[in-house]
Design a protein around this ligand. Structure first.
Ligand code: HEM
Length: 509
């Protein structure tokens, strides 16, 4: 008995040293150093927790390396307590989950639960009939008439009356530094509110007014991303129960976001009640006039559309302008295209900006606004590459990794080369050459393909033409260090995109 006590005491004494030894030998380098173990080592109970923690600050880049270094381009990432996630960059698997077996791969209960506090029952966070209804009602918002109005009026006015004056004033100082990412988010936010809700929040003003809503929205998105990535979901659930830490901050942030959405919904309801006939064509009016009067549900719709419209095109354009600075040849090609067009562009002229369109596709290949997107298996299944999937497994497709696959893009995949999307017709004009959507699922694909894809391209191309015609966008940061691509629901440039604006002078000629 005394021997047992002695050995127990020795064990307890040695335990901390043993744990430190195990940690040190597994974390052979520092915590932040990236891991080159493909596939990552997995241990009982904790799975690949050590590799996950080691790469926690570059999770997207690390999982991209892991997937792309796997022969099938599909891996099963094991997390603590037996949780796992299937991650793929294999186009055949992407087609399988997004189209061929769409019914087998819904968003799923876990993802919906994670995001519910912010997104509620909005289109991004529902499956089945609730999704079908929203998709069907929303799709009217994206017909040619609406898109024409959007680009020729909404975007045009925001560009000429708000963005250009801010850039002109900035260029006149010669030294002012602007956060272009913030400006683009304000631009996109004003645009989406006007087209979807018939409301102008006027966030892009010379004073760059404090965006209380935007700050709360960003905080909420960040905390929910943390929930999704959490290695032990029990912890956030406990924090939520106790209303402490990040979960308390989430509750407060969501309160601010909801207040904004509810106010908008209430005002629109009143507006519609006062009208004898419904001539309003915005999305909000469309839902309300169809009898969807539940304010929480309509607010969910508002919040989901803000997410869709604000953070995607602004992320795409941020990386696009940085890549243009790094690739003056491409900037010149785009300028040539802009020079051939009048200053105020109509719908067809924007659509016809083929080289710019290809350049945007190329930029989003390298820096997709949505880096990874997830589904959940509704039943047991076998993926086309042989991976066995059990009911309830989360299955994600890794858009960022797919843009970096040599097998898809060739050995020059790292090069920003819009010509890979183009061919010349017999008269020597550029013609856009689309890629298979399952090789390039930047806008998702299949029945849930992005509803705003065309709207996004029109907006982005109009902004590119309007900005480049008059200004040079010059990064005001250390040229030798590349900006960091960080991912929440959507991707961002870490710390913003500080730029100086220079007047280009007249380019017509
Ligand atoms: C470069 C810009 C954009 C990109 C890369 C993009 C990408 C995507 C992706 C990946 C999804 C699938 C998300 C998921 O189900 O988890 C999606 C869905 C969606 N997008 Fe976009 N998007 C862009 C711009 C826009 C814009 C401007 C709108 C306009 C409001 C929009 C509206 C939507 C809607 C409503 C859905 C939900 C479709 C559904 O579930 O049926 N998107 N988008």
């Amino acid at each position: 008995m005394a021997d047992l006590h002695l050995s127990q005491s020795i064990f307890i004494l040695l335990l901390p040293f043993t744990i430190i030894f195990i940690f040190k030998s597994i974390f052979s380098a520092s915590f932040t150093k990236s891991s080159n173990n493909f596939p990552p080592k997995s241990y009982p109970f904790i799975g690949s927790l050590f590799s996950i923690l080691r790469n926690r600050n570059r999770f997207i880049q690390w999982t991209s390396d892991v997937v792309n270094n796997t022969p099938t381009k599909t891996v099963i990432l094991r997390r603590p307590l037996g949780a796992l996630r299937v991650i793929t960059a294999n186009p055949a698997v992407v087609r399988h989950i997004l189209k061929t077996n769409f019914h087998l791969y819904p968003k799923g209960a876990t993802a919906i639960h994670n995001a519910f506090d912010l997104l509620g029952d909005g289109i991004f966070n529902v499956d089945g009939d609730r999704w079908k209804l929203q998709r069907q009602v929303s799709s009217h918002e994206f017909n040619t008439r609406s898109l024409r109005h959007f680009v020729e009026h909404v975007v045009e006015v925001e560009l000429n009356d708000r963005l250009v004056p801010i850039f002109s004033a900035s260029a006149a100082t010669g030294t002012a530094v602007l956060d272009f990412q913030d400006i683009l988010q304000r631009f996109a936010f004003d645009n989406i509110c006007q087209i979807a809700f018939g409301y102008d929040p006027a966030y892009l003003l010379p004073s760059l007014p404090e965006a209380i809503f935007a700050t709360a929205f960003e905080e909420a998105v960040m905390i929910i991303t943390g929930r999704i990535r959490s290695n032990l979901p029990l912890i956030w659930k406990l924090k939520r129960l106790l209303d402490v830490g990040s979960e308390k901050r989430l509750r407060i942030a969501v309160g601010v976001v909801r207040e904004f959405a509810n106010k908008l919904t209430k005002e629109k309801k009143q507006e519609l009640e006062q009208k004898s006939s419904i001539d309003s064509v915005d999305l909000l009016s469309r839902f309300l006039s169809r009898g969807h009067s539940d304010e929480t549900f309509v607010s969910d719709i508002v919040i989901n559309f803000i997410l869709a419209g604000r953070d995607t095109t602004s992320a795409a354009l941020t990386w696009f302008f940085w890549l243009l600075y790094k690739n003056p040849r491409i900037e010149n090609e785009i300028l040539k295209e802009i020079k051939l067009k009048p200053e105020n562009l109509i719908y067809d002229e924007v659509k016809d900006m083929v080289y710019t369109h290809a350049s945007l596709c190329e930029s989003m290949r390298l820096y997709p606004p949505v880096a990874v997107d997830g589904k959940e298996a509704a039943d047991d299944d076998v993926l086309p590459d042989g991976t066995v999937v059990k009911k309830g497994y989360p299955v994600s497709y890794h858009v960022y990794a797919m843009g970096r696959l040599e097998e898809l893009w060739g050995s020059d995949w790292a090069e920003f080369r819009p010509e890979r999307w183009l061919e010349k017709d017999t008269s020597g004009r550029w013609v856009f050459k689309p890629r298979d959507v399952y090789e390039y699922p930047v806008f998702q694909a299949g029945p849930r393909v992005c509803l705003g894809k065309e709207m996004a391209f029109l907006q982005m191309k109009r902004v590119v033409a309007g900005v480049l015609r008059r200004f040079r966008v010059v990064p005001a940061m250390d040229d030798s260090v590349d900006p960091v691509y960080v991912v929440y629901f959507t991707a961002k440039m870490k710390g913003g995109f500080p730029v100086r604006i220079e007047d280009r002078g007249e380019i017509n000629g």
